[in-house]
Design a protein around this ligand. Structure first.
Ligand SMILES: Nc1ncnc2c1ncn2[C@@H]1O[C@H](COP(=O)(O)OP(=O)(O)OP(=O)(O)O)[C@@H](O)[C@H]1O
Length: 383
């Protein structure tokens, strides 16, 4: 929330609880829903900043990247530039304003996700997924100058919440075997990348060859692992004895990754291209136009009152009507853009929803609707 990139991922063998840890269940939300709630709780408590949140959701399946929010968009490309680092395009990003809306976006993405049944897990993730939230914020009081440039800088950060597909031994089914080979290859590359990053060498990291490009997963994690992010890794293991070898491997991976040293910095951009700046500027310009339209309407009204002949009066009336339509359109656009920018006062306080949840539940029971209710501190979601 303060401009430092963050990445969280779960690593472990198939069926050891990665998806469970990241997504959780209705009565026990996982890392992703909890992180989303925390983001909104944070915004509610910070009085001097305003925020714009964008989310995207992708999966890497058999070494191709698919946009889960726009599933027709297959085989997306990875690009890199100095300002943005490594990024995927064309990737759909959606602006979100409530935790409930974010969870709906995730659910939509989940429906497009690749699952399959394996010997170990009835609903096994056959792909790696990356849920990304981009958080832009600016000082509420930095102001806007009309016409032209917005003032102040924007703090920008990415939160990547990653659910990896599980490593597994060779499966009997051909499709599963192919998927397994891709999954194992990317996880192996991840292991190699981590080893290289933690090698005992006097050379700086920039002088060592690190095979980020050998898999889509490591290429996507490149920015996080090679520098500007705080990374948390959750290792999941499965207790039964036959899993001992996989458990040992997971723990070795965990102990290696703990040694990676990162230097996360706060990202400040002056760019007017930040969406929050663009919207602030547009709101200010629209308000300016609205004031001009109001002035014109006042003048038209004043002229109408001075007893003009009928045909001229009708012309004025028509212009007045058109002016009112323009004013309504301007107001609607201003309201829409203003709603997208979040501040401590625009995020619904927890107490209101806590108070409403039992009422809603009682109302649903009263009309005999069968339901599961998921209540997070800021959202009430019927599924
Ligand atoms: N801590 C837990 N408590 C209760 N159930 C759990 C827990 N962890 C995992 N499970 C259950 O175990 C099963 C497998 O878990 P999950 O799908 O999260 O594994 P995974 O590591 O993501 O597997 P894969 O890599 O195959 O996708 C699921 O039915 C899940 O609900």
């Amino acid at each position: 929330m303060e401009g430092i990139n963050g990445t969280v991922f779960a690593y472990g063998q198939t069926a050891s609880g990665k998806t469970y840890t990241m997504m959780g269940q209705e009565d026990q939300p996982g890392i992703i829903p909890q992180a989303i709630d925390d983001v909104f709780a944070y915004i509610r408590e910070v009085f001097d900043r305003e925020y714009l949140l964008r989310v995207s959701y992708l999966e890497i399946y058999n070494e191709t990247i698919r946009d889960l929010l726009n599933p027709q968009q297959q085989d997306l490309r990875i690009h890199e530039d100095r300002k943005r680092g490594v990024y995927v395009s064309p990737l759909r990003e959606e602006i979100v304003t409530t935790p409930k809306q974010v969870m709906k976006v995730i659910q939509r993405g989940e429906q497009a996700r690749s699952y399959g049944s394996t010997e170990y897990n009835e609903r096994s993730s056959r792909s790696h997924t990356v849920f990304q939230m981009i958080i832009e914020s600016r000082d509420k009081n930095s102001g806007v100058t009309i016409p032209g440039r917005v003032r102040g800088s924007v703090t920008l950060s990415q939160l990547n919440l990653i659910d990896l597909a599980g490593s597994e031994k060779a499966a009997s089914d051909l499709d599963r075997r192919k998927e397994g080979a891709f999954i194992n290859k990317s996880l192996l590359t991840l292991g190699t990348v981590i080893s290289r990053l933690t090698e005992d060498t006097v050379k700086p990291v920039s002088a060592i060859h690190i095979p980020f490009r050998d898999s889509k997963l490591t290429r996507l994690l490149q920015s996080s692992l090679s520098g500007n992010a705080r990374v948390s890794v959750i290792a999941t293991v499965s207790p039964p004895l036959p899993n001992l070898e996989e458990t040992t491997n997971t723990l070795k991976f965990a102990s290696r990754i703990k040694k990676v040293v990162l230097h996360a910095k706060q990202n400040q951009v002056l760019s007017e291209k930040a969406l929050i700046q663009k919207y602030k500027l547009e709101i200010a310009e629209l308000r300016h136009k609205l004031m001009e339209t109001n002035d014109l309407l006042e003048q038209e009204r004043a002229l109408q009152d001075i007893g003009l002949e009928r045909s001229i009066r009708m012309q004025y009336e028509e212009r007045l009507h058109e002016g009112q339509l323009v004013r309504t359109a301007l107001k609607e656009r201003i309201d829409h853009l203003t709603r997208l920018i979040l501040s401590s006062t625009s995020v619904t306080p927890k107490a209101i929803l806590d108070w409403n949840a039992p009422l809603l539940e009682a109302a649903m029971a009263g009309v005999g609707v069968s339901h599961n209710i998921y209540t997070s501190p800021y959202s009430i979601m019927f599924m």
